[in-house]
Each structure stands twice: as structure tokens, then as C-alpha cells.
Design a protein around this ligand. Structure first.
Ligand code: KG4
Ligand code: ZN
Length: 348
């Protein structure tokens, strides 16, 4: 683990808000280990089945934490705190992580820190990483995941303000639901991305939703894909198989250009030019490319996390926990999961 000095903080972090069981150990802002167990059990259902997710977390959590501690070369008596995802997320899934964090904190007599999952996605930008520079405050962050789509103004690790968000489906849901009707397994986002790279985005055009301000809406886009496929497969039952790459490319282009249009508007109107992306959908290759292009086009400084810090992971919970530890924000033993954890809670 290297040398410790008195200011070093070692944190064990646990993430179990949805369908990935994850644990990480951080020394200050450096990641010593970062383990994720994905749950393949949901693939055939086209979405996460909450009951199966909790059960898989129960099975995975001990080996995942064990491996994270072993790889980090850290023992329980070296830990300064245990950080865990309190929410938002699935009640049953969160329960597993929260209860486990409580038991460890009690057994090892160390403080607990509750972390907001979406704020952690944003703070992943501050993980020590040779490959990545860090954004300066204030910066804008487009957080795009399976459950959220937000443009956030980040003024400090503690002060974050939502400027706009989706009024219905999240961007990740728009990918996953499209994948489902296209016959691709869950989670479909990475597969739509992969097929889109081989397709022509101009062949099929999908509408650009018209929504005020910095808000988003993706349900209309999903419905337009549904009607388009219904009409085309009525004419040719093999339409999807024959045109999969072009459909994915056109649909992904619609999502990414919509995401970017509101982000550009926010940057223009706030005058903020440090712009980041976070959350599972920030792994999308077209979104990453489009953001990067803005460096030349608009003079932005752009920040894109490494792939393993985009999708759900515990290293991001660890870095968020680190900032909470510095501010001495600890949780009580009566803490319970917060499936609808309000984003503004935790703003100081
Ligand atoms: O942040 P995340 O791992 O979990 C949540 O907090 O929801 O995000 C998961 C979402 C899923 O909808 C998944 O399809 C999407 O991120 N995703 C992608 C890509 N990789 C993951 N969407 C588009 N392109 C990708 N390459
Ligand atoms: Zn997430």
C-alpha cells in the first residue's frame, strides 16, 4: 500500500444501488483496489429485476469486499471509515450495502459515511488518475445514467446545483429500451453503441424533442422508434436484422445530439467552459467524441472519466466518502437506505 502518514485516510467503499455489487479501497484520492461484480442474471429479462438484484448482492458482497481489501493490501484496523451508497437506487439492493456497511462499522468500530450515488458519479473526476486532468470549479457536468439525466453546476465537492434534468425517461433508459425492442440483451447501451459505430446515422432520422430550458425528455424518442419499427416490420419482418447498425446509429445520433444541444446552451448561458460528463452513458463513444470536439469548436476544457469510473463502481463512492470524511460528515447507526435520496441533500 505504500507509506502512510498521519494525514492519510483509508476508506472502504461499498456500492449496491442497482445491479452491480462493488467495493473499493482508497488511500486519500488514490484507488488501491476497485472490484465490480456484474449481475448477468438480468440479461434475459431486458431490465433489472429488483428481487433478483438483491439476492445477487447478498451472494456477491462478501467475496467482493474481501477481494477489494486483499488487493489493496489493507487490514480492517487501517481503515478510517466505511463509505456506502445510501441512494438513490433500488430499495432491496441498497439495503444489502447499507446493512453490510453498518455491520462492519459496528464490528470494526469505525465511522460510516453515506454517499449520494449521482454526486459520486460527478466526484469520480477527482480520483487520482495519470490519464486525466481535473476540472476547475465551477464546472458543468452532464450526468447520464440508467436512472438520471442532469446538467449540474458543480461549485465544490459539496455544492452542486441541478440546472436541468429529464422530465421522463433517463438517457440510459432510452438506450436500454431501444435495445430491448431491437432484440439486444440488457444493458443495451453498450450494444447500441457498438452497432452504431458500424452504421450510417443519416439513413433513419429520429425527432429531436422540443423541451424548454435545460430539461430533457426521452419518452417521445423511444415511442417514435417503436412506431417506426412497427411500420417497417409490417412491410418486412426482417427489417431489424437487415438494418440493425443503421437504426442504432440514427437513434444514438438523436440521443447524443439532444444531450449536447442542452449542454451547449447551459455552457453558453452560464459562461462556464469547464465541462464534464459522468455516469454510465458517459461511456458512449459518440458522446465522448462529440464532447471532445467542443474543445476546438467552442474552446471548452472537457473532462471524460476512464471507462471503469463511468459505469457503476465503488471507487467513486470512495472519493465522495473522502470529501465527506474531510468535512466530518458521518452517518448514525439508525441510517437506512434512501431510494429517492434528494440530490440537494448533502449541499452545504
Ligand atoms: O451509471 P450506471 O452504470 O448505472 C446507473 O446508475 O444507472 O449507468 C447504466 C446505464 C445503462 O442504461 C447502460 O445501458 C448505459 O449506462 N451505458 C451506455 C453505455 N455504457 C453503459 N449507454 C450508451 N453507450 C454506452 N457505451
Ligand atoms: Zn450510476
Amino acid at each position: 500500500m505504500g507509506k502512510l502518514n498521519s494525514k492519510d485516510r483509508i476508506i472502504l467503499a461499498i456500492e449496491s444501488s442497482c445491479d452491480d455489487t462493488a467495493a473499493a479501497v482508497l488511500k486519500n484520492t488514490s484507488v488501491l483496489s476497485n472490484i465490480v461484480a456484474n449481475q448477468s442474471v438480468h440479461e434475459k429479462y431486458g431490465g433489472v429485476v429488483p428481487e433478483l438484484a438483491s439476492r445477487a448482492h447478498q451472494q456477491n458482497i462478501v467475496p467482493v469486499i474481501h477481494q477489494a481489501m486483499r488487493e489493496a493490501g489493507v487490514s480492517a484496523n487501517q481503515l478510517d471509515a466505511i463509505a456506502f451508497t445510501a441512494g438513490p437506487g433500488l430499495m432491496g439492493s441498497l439495503h444489502v450495502g447499507v446493512s453490510f456497511a453498518k455491520s462492519l462499522a459496528m464490528a470494526w468500530d469505525i465511522p460510516m459515511i453515506e454517499v449520494h450515488h449521482m454526486r459520486a458519479h460527478i466526484l469520480a473526476h477527482f480520483i487520482d488518475d495519470e490519464a486525466n486532468k481535473k476540472p476547475e470549479f465551477p464546472f458543468l457536468c452532464l450526468t447520464v445514467s440508467g436512472g438520471h439525466t442532469q446538467i449540474v453546476k458543480v461549485s465544490s465537492p459539496y455544492k452542486m446545483e441541478i440546472l436541468g434534468e429529464t422530465i421522463d425517461d433517463a438517457a440510459g433508459e432510452a438506450f436500454d429500451k431501444a435495445a430491448k425492442v431491437l432484440g439486444l440483451p440488457y444493458p443495451g447501451g453498450p450494444l447500441v453503441d457498438k452497432n452504431a459505430r458500424l452504421g450510417n446515422p443519416k439513413r433513419f432520422d429520429f425527432p429531436h424533442p422540443k423541451i424548454k430550458g435545460y430539461n430533457y425528455s426521452f419518452s417521445g424518442l423511444k415511442t417514435s422508434l417503436l412506431y417506426f419499427l412497427r411500420d417497417e416490420t409490417a412491410k418486412d419482418p426482417e427489417f431489424i436484422q437487415k438494418n440493425l447498425n443503421d437504426i442504432c446509429a440514427g437513434y444514438q445520433r438523436a440521443i447524443v445530439s439532444f444531450l449536447m444541444s442542452k449542454l451547449k446552451k447551459a455552457a453558453r448561458e452560464t459562461g462556464i467552459t469547464h465541462v464534464a460528463i459522468a455516469g454510465g452513458v458517459s461511456a458512449n463513444s459518440e458522446l465522448r467524441d462529440e464532447l471532445k470536439k467542443m474543445e476546438e469548436k467552442l474552446g471548452w476544457n472537457t473532462f471524460i472519466p476512464r471507462f471503469e469510473y463511468c459505469t457503476d463502481n465503488a471507487a467513486m463512492i470512495g472519493i465522495a466518502g473522502y470529501y465527506e470524511l474531510l468535512a466530518e460528515h458521518f452517518a448514525d447507526f439508525n441510517v437506512s437506505p434512501r431510494p429517492r435520496y434528494d440530490f440537494s441533500m448533502g449541499t452545504y
